[in-house]
Design a binder for this molecule. Structure first.
Ligand code: FES
Length: 162
């Protein structure tokens, strides 16, 4: 069942989209935001009903766009670029390093729930490769040591606000 705030936001969106299926992407965004950053099969079914499309259609859409999540993300979500310009200066090694540190794989959340990690395509910061986004913030010219320090700071912050 969608939260009341989420329902209100959806109603506002639908008022701007005469064809309900055209509101699918923003509705998914609103529903995900209202559910701690991820979508469940029940929510997908609800969204399919609202947008008058099949659940298979909704699943196809979310499998195409990396911004939709089917697993609860960590408090800090790392997006590590592994496109060619970043890989040439250590992007892939950076991703492997993070996976080792968190004892998880790209696309998943570490057991403590503090960090999740995702392998992504170009983040538009190739001149400052390798690039990482943590939540909304860009971190450029990263290396394992810089990233370890940053993650230690974030982990401390995360524990302070837990
Ligand atoms: S290739 Fe990594 S930011 Fe563009």
């Amino acid at each position: 069942m969608l939260a009341l705030d989420t329902q209100k936001e959806i109603a506002q969106l639908l008022s701007r989209y005469p064809i309900k299926r055209n509101a699918l992407l923003p509705i998914l965004h609103v529903v995900q935001k209202g559910n701690e950053g991820y979508l469940t099969p029940e929510l997908l079914e609800e969204v399919a009903g609202i947008c008058e499309v099949s659940q298979t259609h909704v699943e196809g859409v979310i499998s195409f766009y990396t911004m939709y999540k089917l697993e609860k993300p960590g408090k800090f979500h790392l997006q590590v670029c592994t496109c060619v310009p970043c890989c040439l200066v250590g992007g892939e090694e950076l991703l492997e390093h993070v996976e080792q540190q968190l004892d998880t794989h790209a696309g998943h959340t570490a057991d403590d729930g503090v960090f999740s990690v995702e392998e992504v395509e170009c983040l538009g910061a190739c001149s400052y490769a390798p690039a990482v986004i943590i939540n909304e913030d860009y971190h450029e010219q990263m290396n394992p040591e810089k990233l370890d320090r940053l993650m230690d700071e974030l982990r401390t912050q995360g524990q302070a606000h837990a």
